[in-house]
Every structure is written in structure tokens, then in C-alpha cells.
Design a protein around this ligand. Structure first.
Ligand SMILES: [Zn+2]
Length: 104
């Protein structure tokens, strides 16, 4: 009578099976790595679905940090924070590029 043997390690296994329980477990251990990759892909796709609001918020946060640093520098060099139209124009251009950087 021919015994069923595991195709991986050659151990004797019950009829109808191709792989012994040990090798099946080993294969299952390898599965999470694959499912992790799938999960990462799904996360990336989710990120593409609502990027603008998130990008906008991140860009706004960075812009505020730069503005705070800007005001701190003005206070340091001029002695006071000077609201200037030039600052607003440069700030708008700056914000545009920060936002562009966050979206791409
Ligand atoms: Zn085996």
C-alpha cells in the first residue's frame, strides 16, 4: 500500500492531503507578509481617494509654522512684527508650493 507523503518534507500524512500539518503551518506563517503588502496597497489607494483635504491641512500646518518662524524673525530683526503686503504675496506663493508638494 502506497502511503501519502508530504510534497515538502516527505513525512507520512493522511490520505487526501498533499502537505503535512507542519509544512502547512510554515506556509501560513509566510502568508501575513503577503497580506501586509496587499494591505499597504489598499492603504495607498485609500490615500489617493481623499488626498486634497488631507494635503491641504498638512500644507496649512506647515505654512502656519513657517509664518510663526517668519514673525519670530521679524520680531528679532525689526523689533516688531510688521504686517506687509509683500509678506502676504510671498506667503500666498509659498503656500501654493507647499500645497503642491503635499499633493505630489
Ligand atoms: Zn511536510
Amino acid at each position: 500500500m502506497q502511503e501519502n507523503r508530504c510534497i515538502c518534507c516527505g513525512a507520512v500524512i493522511p490520505e487526501g492531503m498533499q502537505v503535512c500539518p507542519e509544512c502547512t503551518e510554515e506556509q501560513e506563517d509566510e502568508v501575513p507578509e503577503y497580506s501586509l503588502i496587499v494591505l499597504q496597497k489598499e492603504e495607498q489607494e485609500e490615500g489617493k481617494e481623499m488626498p486634497f483635504i488631507l494635503s491641504f491641512l498638512i500644507a496649512a500646518g506647515k505654512y502656519m509654522l513657517i509664518s510663526l518662524a517668519w514673525m519670530a524673525l521679524e520680531k528679532h530683526f525689526y523689533g516688531e512684527v510688521q504686517p506687509r503686503i509683500v509678506d502676504d504675496i510671498i506667503g500666498t506663493v509659498l503656500f501654493f508650493y507647499i500645497l503642491k508638494g503635499e499633493i505630489l
